[in-house]
Design a protein around this ligand. Structure first.
Ligand SMILES: [Zn+2]
Length: 70
């Protein structure tokens, strides 16, 4: 699967649309919890989220349906 970079606000919209919860923010890094409650991902609060981070969030939130983010 080829992962593309995304705008931060598009990542936020997808997280909120799938009932993910913002847990905390440390500097420019936001901690997010998936709806099942057992997966955590870190999303940097930058204008553009790199493909590496997008791929990591998809991998961490394995309980969400395929294609939820891209
Ligand atoms: Zn989960």
């Amino acid at each position: 699967m080829v992962v593309r970079s995304m705008r931060y606000r598009d990542v936020m919209r997808a997280l909120l649309d799938h009932d993910c919860m913002h847990k905390s923010t440390k500097g420019s890094h936001e901690k997010w919890l998936c709806p099942c409650g057992s997966h955590i991902a870190i999303v940097p609060n930058h204008k553009v989220v790199s493909p590496g981070v997008v791929g990591d969030v998809i991998k961490k939130f394995a309980c969400l349906p395929r294609g939820w983010l891209q």
